[in-house]
Ligand binder design. Structure first.
Ligand SMILES: Cc1ncc(COP(=O)(O)O)c(C=O)c1O
Length: 385
């Protein structure tokens, strides 16, 4: 009989993993499902990106292995974009590495810096590769509850000394999934100070840096003093350009950490398809002309869902960034509420507890669909109250 490794049993079921199957069954039964579960909007990628993909695939050399170097022009385009957007100067070959979606890079990073006896600090609720990477590396995840009274920030002063001493990685993600919280520069400087004092790597997950509203402009951690010594920032095309399925992103920051991540990755992947890297260059080049329209579409959705949920008896706040609303479950537990939403009303939402015990009492609704569908979802959720 096959015996699973002991580490396997430490992994909980992945949030929403069973939803695609249940959704298919419901649709087959004639249910009109409204899916606000995964952060995977129905919007199209930039046309220039799709065109670049089509023309690059006709070039035979683009169909070969990318290896970790990938397409040099992709690295150079990232460096140019980081300079223009954040004012950060990066060496394209030493301080940037292409990723097959930022998720794999975030998960693999732990192998470089954390092992048995080490601790990592992660937000609870939080994006699952933080805990996944930590467990695969054999280290101990120390989850810190994100609370409304702390503005959903990790309070460094509350971390016990015996954990702080063993901390090798701190994971932070602002604008935050799932709480939609944002972090001030002062807070980020505190995080840099904590990591510098502890010789810990700061993994700064900036997947939502371009989805911000009402004049708010999220920073890069790399803009801040001291960050290049201890931080690596992860970027994704998934949300900014509606390219979730393309699996393309990058990591940038401390050159030692970038070299370490490239080395580990060389043993598990052979680089993203260079055709996708070529298309990603076109996305970066379309940023100024295309992204504002996409952000406007998300803003309209945010406003529609916030108003509709409030009308429906929920206490929803309009986030200043990200593609999520983080809403208290009126007087109840999040998992039974989300289960009822799906089975009784055909609405997929993420129960907060599925993203960690600290998420209990909330649900997350992603702005995946047009305003009209979001309003319908709010009406259906109201009937569960
Ligand atoms: C916080 C956060 N980081 C990273 C990602 C990953 O994006 P990708 O792997 O698609 O680049 C997501 C996607 O949902 C996310 O929510």
């Amino acid at each position: 009989m096959l015996k699973l490794a002991s580490r396997f049993n430490k992994f909980p079921a992945y949030p929403l993993a069973d939803v695609p199957v249940i959704k298919r069954e419901l649709i087959a039964r004639g249910v009109d499902v409204i899916d606000l579960g995964a952060g995977d909007a129905d919007l199209a990628p930039p046309p220039a990106t799709v065109a670049a993909l089509k023309s690059a695939v006709d070039i035979p050399s683009m169909n070969r292995y990318g290896f970790q170097l990938g397409l040099p022009a992709y690295r150079e385009a990232i460096a140019a974009w980081m300079k223009k957007r954040f004012g950060v100067t990066l060496d394209p070959f030493k301080e940037i590495v292409p990723l097959i979606g930022s998720k794999e890079g975030i998960a693999h990073m732990a192998f470089c810096y954390a092992g048995p006896g080490d601790a990592t600090i992660l937000p609870d609720p939080g994006y699952q590769p933080y805990i996944g990477g930590t467990l695969l590396a054999g280290a101990e995840p120390f989850t810190v509850p994100l609370r409304a009274e702390n503005n959903f920030l990790v309070p460094f002063e509350d971390i016990p000394e015996d954990v702080a001493r063993r901390t090798r990685i701190v994971y932070l993600n602002y604008p935050n999934n799932p709480t939609a919280a944002i972090a001030s520069r002062e807070y980020l400087l505190d995080a840099i100070r904590f990591c510098t004092e502890r010789n810990a790597l700061l993994v700064y997950d900036n997947a939502y840096s371009e989805l911000a509203f009402d004049g708010y402009v999220p920073p890069s951690i790399l803009e801040l003093d001291g960050a290049m010594d201890i931080a690596v920032e992860f970027h994704s095309f998934s949300k900014t350009y509606n390219m979730t399925g393309w699996r393309i992103g990058w990591a940038a920051g401390n050159p030692g950490a970038i070299a370490a991540l490239s080395r580990i990755k060389a043993f598990v992947d052979t680089g993203q398809f260079m055709v996708v890297q070529a298309a990603a260059i076109a996305a970066l080049e379309s940023h100024e002309s295309w992204v504002p329209g996409n952000v406007a579409a998300f803003r309209e959705r945010r406003d529609a869902l916030t108003a509709a949920l409030n009308e429906a008896g929920f206490d929803a706040k309009a986030p200043s960034a990200s593609m999520y609303l983080w809403v208290p479950v009126p007087g109840g537990l999040s998992e039974p509420f989300a289960r009822r939403a799906l089975m009784e009303q055909g609405v997929v939402i993420m129960p907060g507890a599925a993203l960690g015990a600290g998420g209990e009492g909330y649900f997350r609704a992603a702005l995946t669909l047009p305003p009209e569908r979001l309003r319908q979802a709010a009406v259906r959720l109201n009937s569960l109250l």
